[in-house]
Design a binder for this molecule. Structure first.
Ligand code: MEV
Length: 434
């Protein structure tokens, strides 16, 4: 066990790790140094984001132009390591641009947090007591909420829920919040911790509970935000769906609907279907400096809200109309957090025209819908591997250290062929042997 690791300088940390696990591997230290921006201001900023930083871990930042959202043009910033995600976004964006673009609407922006506690006394008395101290609980957060109120946010409601059927003596104080353009995690958690302090103080000075106990278990926001939700949709005449890959638009619409139905009924498909949606969602969430783990957790729990894990996208075919949409709860921010601190996050937000939180929710939902459209379109027409393998070829060529001339020859050769690592390797050998 190593104590005091965090107190070491970065150099000492690197030396310790290298001496411990990479003694004979001279390249490993070089690698860390290569990605470390020695003595730069940017490195100082990065080092403050997290603990025990040794270096930086880079991911590609790409852009997807031609997104028409509520009549306005956008270029989406996308941070993602998987080939084909940005290409898929671009294809979808272009496809729907020609058909009127994406339309969005916000369904709500409420977030919640809970103080979970145990109480072993009379329920009725507790609810009376809660009504009496509710205002006090609110007031006790005045210092924390002052700034948020100026920005249009704050605490919206407070209630206590009886959960004793689920766990003996278990209650939760449920608070609803508006957090304006911030994600609001710190704000919500600070309010909740203050509620729990005030609740304990008031409880301890209440004579009717002299013989009872109240035990605070924890105070924390919920990343499940079903009332902070956005819908993004596209719509067109079925006949207008035709393009180079869609010869028969009626057949395409029918197959598309069946594909969505399968993702509504079959969990093994639904998980992959929603994973594809999250390819688009996470790429923009990361580029804009938001918490993708929170967004992921929320999306997947929402997908199971009816007791079965289901598709987050839906389709309706009515007469000759094809309507397709995503309903996504999503809690993000465009102020606070990394938004000003990380230069590329700041740049990405500028690229989007410095959206407020509601507008960013819309853009992210569109990115998810676009990604799902591209995936289903490929799956039910050409198959997914055609596009994927083209991008994958690039990775294989890098792995095999090809030069420019070899690359050109191999790309040309595999243009109409199925790519595999061994086939590329063999063909390269052939080229190198003349
Ligand atoms: C790959 O990252 C995502 C897809 O598998 C999504 C899907 O199957 O819908 C292509």
């Amino acid at each position: 066990m190593k104590s005091g690791f965090s107190k070491l300088t970065k150099k000492e940390k690197i030396n310790w790790v290298v001496d411990k696990l990479f003694v004979d591997d001279v390249e490993s230290k070089k690698l860390l140094e290569q990605y470390h921006l020695s003595n730069s201001d940017l490195q100082k900023i990065h080092d403050d984001f997290s603990e025990n930083t040794l270096s930086n871990f880079l991911l590609p930042l790409g852009v997807a132009p031609n997104f028409l959202i509520d009549g306005k043009d956008f270029i989406l910033p996308m941070v993602v390591e998987e080939s084909s995600v940005v290409a898929a976004a671009c294809n979808s964006a272009k496809f729907w641009y020609k058909r009127g673009g994406f339309k969005t609407r916000i369904i709500g922006t409420k977030k919640t947090g809970q103080v979970h506690f145990l109480f072993d006394g009379n329920k009725k008395e507790f609810f009376k007591f809660f009504d009496k101290i509710k205002e006090k609980l609110m007031f006790s957060c005045d210092d924390i909420t002052a700034n948020m109120k100026k920005r249009g946010g704050g605490i919206i409601s407070l209630s206590v829920l009886d959960k004793t059927k689920e766990i003996e003596n278990y209650y939760k104080l449920n608070a609803e919040f508006e957090t304006a353009d911030s994600m609001g995690a710190n704000f919500i958690n600070s309010c909740l911790e203050q509620f729990s302090k005030t609740l304990e103080i008031e409880f301890n000075s209440e004579p009717r509970f002299n013989d009872n106990n109240l035990e605070i278990i924890m105070s924390i926001l919920s990343n499940y935000t079903p009332n902070c939700k956005v819908i993004a949709e596209v719509e067109c005449e079925i006949n207008d769906l035709s393009d180079k890959d869609i010869a028969d638009s009626n057949l395409f619409a029918k197959k598309f609907k069946t594909a969505i139905k399968i993702a509504e009924k079959d969990t093994s498909r639904a998980v992959t279907h929603n994973k594809g949606i999250m390819n688009g969602v996470d790429s923009v969430v990361i580029a804009t400096g938001n918490d993708f783990r929170a967004v992921e957790a929320c999306a997947h729990s929402y997908a199971s809200k009816d007791g079965q894990y289901k598709s987050l996208t839906h389709v309706e075919i009515n007469k000759n109309k094809f309507k397709y949409w995503i309903e996504l709860p999503i809690s993000i921010g465009t102020v606070g957090g990394l938004t000003k601190l990380h230069p590329l996050v700041n740049w990405s937000l500028k690229l989007l025209g410095n959206p407020n939180a509601k507008d960013l929710m819309k853009i992210i939902a569109v990115s998810g819908l676009a990604q799902n459209f591209a995936a289903i379109k490929s799956l039910i027409t050409t198959g997914i591997q055609k596009g994927h393998m083209k991008m994958h070829l690039s990775n294989i060529l890098n792995m095999l250290d090809t030069d420019d001339d070899e690359r050109l020859k191999l790309i040309k050769f595999f243009d109409d062929k199925v790519v595999s690592h061994s086939l590329v390797k063999n063909k390269l050998k052939e080229i190198r042997n003349g």
